[in-house]
Design a protein around this ligand. Structure first.
Ligand code: XMP
Length: 517
């Protein structure tokens, strides 16, 4: 998608954990924003003609040998700049100020006393008692560069914010992007609207209309094929393309037999109302045949991924000529930058409906490339998807196969489906479903002894996994009320034949992962 024509603010990433958060805050203010690595060339910056540039924080000291640095030309472009934390220290150092080196980091709340309410602190209270802000820094600015003034201080930080008196260059030592900084959005808005003179035109309504136009232009009379999983990303992708080209979009929905109870029916029923051109493939037996005797989690993932690609290709060749492959790639997967994906991103190989283009040799259409997940949900709402579907929990590509430890068989799938269905019913009935990140049942590869009536039983164990998380990179087990846990356990043991014990998984990630395989 073409992005250069619209008003844009750049965030240059110096490795901070909160770089994406900065971009999301800017977009919350309805200004489009892109993240780029700190070492992007000055020519590319000029070509993009951003309305403003934000230099992110980062873990380095400006004095580290391999500290990420930029040239000073950026300060001569006449484009407003806001340096956050490391971004401010670097600005100070590059423009001739002094940065005091520290061998320990200072984390936590601080009270910011504003000394000057022009520009970025416009409309905020100056002087005591100050404002609560979040700091996380080692080094700090000791002496501001020539031409700068101090805008704010805190008890431990004499220069907590600074500005060049004439050029629009600002620095803040605290993090305006995090929720703990109460005045954070005010500072960001002031920078965007007072300093950069942006207009708030990034709305999901405008996104839908411009994207539909772009798809029309790009595809013309061509045909597009799209793999639908029923998840929000692939569904929104399909709905956007359908809005643009109607029946020239062919959606393939593969039932791999590893879906939750009633899942294929629910998804198909939902899609029907939009009159999408959907090819439904019942491939349960094919997948189960391939998974016969396989116990290793990574092997299961590979088999499922490969089988999916094979089926998708077969269907594509049946539909006649196609020109484009649609994918629901999101912005966090696109950003080429220094930080983002921690090591956990590669611990398990993730086979989604992605991974197709190499094989298919088709041009790609990725209408969600610019969006964060929360924006996709807003587009989904705009397109008329119901709350239940938009906000449902993530479900892994390999489905129930990685929630059945050991071999995947019809019998085990049936047990897990029933148990999992009860988990979801009770979570929804108690409203806890909407408060947690994920909730599901896992079937363990062991049997234990129990007693039912006068009979001794020797049956399966189901583990219940419910976690809180913001982005799945870390997670904590949810503190569900005991009576809810009790109800789920009772119902599973009473209603699902073959299960006589339920355990609650109380491990956090790391060191555990959310899924069991
Ligand atoms: P883990 O288990 O790695 O999961 O803590 C993190 C998030 O990713 C989901 N997940 C997957 N999603 N294909 C997917 O599409 C996969 O192979 C896969 N494995 C894990 C998991 O449900 C959680 O939301």
């Amino acid at each position: 998608m073409q992005t250069s024509s619209k008003q844009n603010v750049l965030v240059l990433d110096f490795g901070s954990q909160t770089t994406q958060l900065i971009a999301r805050r800017v977009r919350e203010a309805q200004v489009y924003c892109e993240i780029h690595p700190f070492n992007i060339s000055i020519q590319r910056i000029k070509a993009m003609a951003p309305k403003g540039i934000i230099l992110s924080g980062g873990p380095s000291s400006v004095y580290d040998e391999d500290a990420p640095k930029i040239g000073t030309e950026i300060f001569d472009l006449g484009i407003p700049i806001l340096g956050i934390c490391y971004g401010m220290q670097l600005t100070s150092l590059l423009l001739g100020g002094q940065v005091e080196r520290s061998d320990h980091r200072e984390y936590g709340h601080a009270r910011l006393i504003i000394d000057d309410t022009d520009e970025i602190f416009h409309g905020l209270l100056a002087g005591e008692p100050g404002h609560q802000v979040w700091m996380s820094h080692g080094d700090k600015v000791e002496k501001i560069p020539e031409g700068f003034i101090v805008l704010a201080h805190s008890a431990s930080c004499p220069v907590a914010a600074m500005a060049h008196a004439e050029k629009s260059i600002f620095g803040v030592q605290f993090h305006p992007e995090v929720a703990h900084t109460e005045i954070g959005m005010d500072v960001i808005r002031n920078f965007l609207f007072r300093v950069c003179k942006c207009t708030p035109d990034w709305t999901m309504e405008s996104f839908v209309s411009t994207t539909v136009e772009e798809i029309k232009r790009k595809v013309g009379n061509g045909r597009v094929i799209c793999a639908l999983s029923g998840g929000v990303d692939s569904t929104v992708t399909a709905l956007l393309i359908h809005k643009a080209i109607g029946k020239n979009l062919v959606c393939v929905f593969v039932n791999n037999g590893l879906l939750r109870k009633n899942e294929p029916e629910t998804v198909l029923a939902f899609l029907k109302q939009f009159d999408l051109n959907v090819v439904y493939v019942d491939a349960e037996e094919r997948f189960l045949q391939k998974l016969k005797g396989v116990e290793d989690p990574e092997k299961k993932r590979k088999i499922i991924g490969n089988e999916f690609i094979e089926i998708f290709e077969e269907e594509a060749s049946k539909t006649g000529h196609v020109d484009f492959l649609a994918q629901g790639t999101l912005y966090p997967d696109v950003i080429e930058s220094v930080s983002f994906k921690g090591p956990s991103a590669t611990i398990k190989s993730h086979h989604n409906v992605g991974g197709l283009p190499d094989v298919m040799k088709l041009d790609l259409i990725e209408p969600l490339r610019e969006l964060f997940k929360d924006e996709v949900r807003r587009v989904a709402k705009e397109l008329g998807m119901p709350y239940e579907l938009i906000n449902r929990h993530p479900f892994p590509g390999p489905g129930l196969a990685i929630r059945i430890l050991g071999e995947v068989t019809h019998e085990r799938l049936n047990i897990l489906r029933e148990a999992d269905h009860i988990v979801l019913e009770e979570m929804k009935a108690s409203d806890w479903y909407w408060k947690v990140w994920q909730s599901f049942a896992v079937l363990l590869p062991i049997k234990t002894v129990g007693v039912m009536g006068d009979e001794r039983t020797y049956d399966h164990v189901v583990a219940l996994r419910v976690v809180d998380s913001l982005d799945a990179m870390t997670a904590d087990w949810s503190k569900l009320p005991y009576d809810l846990l009790g109800r789920i356990s009772n119902r599973i043991i009473n209603e699902v034949r073959g299960v006589n014990r339920v355990c609650y998984d109380i491990s956090s990630k790391p060191p555990a992962t959310i899924e069991w395989e």
